[in-house]
Design a binder for this molecule. Structure first.
Ligand code: C2E
Ligand code: MG
Ligand code: MG
Ligand code: MG
Length: 287
């Protein structure tokens, strides 16, 4: 009896696996088709100065207008794109699109682009970036690449690549800081221009005593090392007030503006930003 039920469990497991593999294959093919049919789109979310509320730049966030599934978020396809290698083509599309966009923006407005660890590890990562910079004639100073701590494990290569990217004039941000492998020594060993405090710490502000201490420490550390510190996922005026008072340089989050398609950016964001930041500034002034 036990043997039989074991066999059934195994069959169910196999069936589950087969379905999963099938689903993944379909998604891989779909990504390929999506690129051919121009279904991907960059949304922009503003990064706002904590000093005066001005827009410093935007983060480009990938969206997929899928013909059947509707709007698909990166969390639902980037992992599959990474495993299958499709992220290489997709990442190039993102970078090219961001460069073309940056050329249209005023030169002081920055654009930041997320780079997958899989892209970063690709042997021709630098070559492809250089080719796209050349092809689009973008000013590299306008572009910032957001990487995560997982790429820093391969110490020597990571340092060489980051150094090369810097020498091209690009800025480098360390995304999701505080999650993952976080080692303080990373901060002094690599030439980051920006660190982004992960949303999990920002959303815990005012709720968990430790979050306030961690956020304050990251800001002091970043500033002490000459880096700009950006807070991700700012949703409330209270969070913004705390971050401003603690010396955070830039705020990003739904409070300041949601990610929006490029053609809706100018109108909808400025109003939110202006009203909210006037309130925030008033709040910080009271402190
Ligand atoms: P991320 O780079 O840390 O981006 C921030 C994410 O937080 C975005 O989710 C953004 O929409 C969301 N967000 C911003 N403000 C708030 C807020 O106030 N509250 C909440 N709850 N969420 C907020 P999104 O667009 O779904 O992207 C998720 C992740 O997917 C990104 O995290 C990034 O790691 C990755 N990603 C996005 N676009 C690309 C891309 O073009 N290439 C690669 N390789 N990865 C990308
Ligand atoms: Mg990011
Ligand atoms: Mg992040
Ligand atoms: Mg992330």
């Amino acid at each position: 009896h036990a043997k039989k039920s074991g066999r059934n469990t195994f069959r169910a497991y196999r069936k589950g696996m087969d379905e999963l593999i099938e689903k993944r294959r379909a998604l891989e093919a779909d990504i390929e088709r999506g690129l051919e049919r121009d279904e991907f789109e960059l949304y922009l979310q503003p990064r706002v100065s904590a000093l005066d509320g001005s827009i410093i730049g935007y983060e480009a966030l990938l969206r997929w207008n899928h013909p059947e599934r509707g709007m698909v978020h990166p969390g639902d396809f980037i992992p599959v794109a990474e495993v299958s290698g499709k992220i290489i083509g997709l990442g190039e599309w993102v970078l090219r699109e961001a460069c073309r966009l940056a050329v249209e923006l005023p030169p002081e407005v920055h654009l930041s682009v997320n780079v997958s660890p899989v892209q970063f590890r690709h042997p021709d990562f630098l070559g492809r970036i250089e080719a796209i910079l050349k092809e689009t004639s973008v000013a590299p100073q306008q572009l910032e690449l957001e990487i995560t701590e997982s790429v820093l494990i391969d110490d020597e290569r990571a340092r060489l690549i980051l150094g090369h990217l810097k020498s091209l004039g690009l800025k480098i941000a360390l995304d999701d800081f505080g999650t993952g492998y976080s080692s303080l020594s990373y901060l002094s060993r690599y030439p980051f221009d920006v660190i982004k405090i992960d949303r999990s710490f920002v959303s815990a502000l005012g709720e968990e005593e430790t979050a306030n201490a961690i956020v304050r420490t990251i800001i002091e550390l970043g500033n002490g090392l000459g880096m700009r510190v950006v807070a991700e996922g700012v949703e409330t005026v209270e969070q913004a007030g705390y971050l401003c008072a603690a010396g955070c340089d830039e705020l990003q989050g739904y409070l300041l503006g949601r990610p929006l398609p490029v053609n809706r950016i100018a109108r909808e964001i400025s109003e939110t930003v202006v009203t909210e930041l006037t309130r925030i500034a008033r709040l910080s002034a009271h402190r």
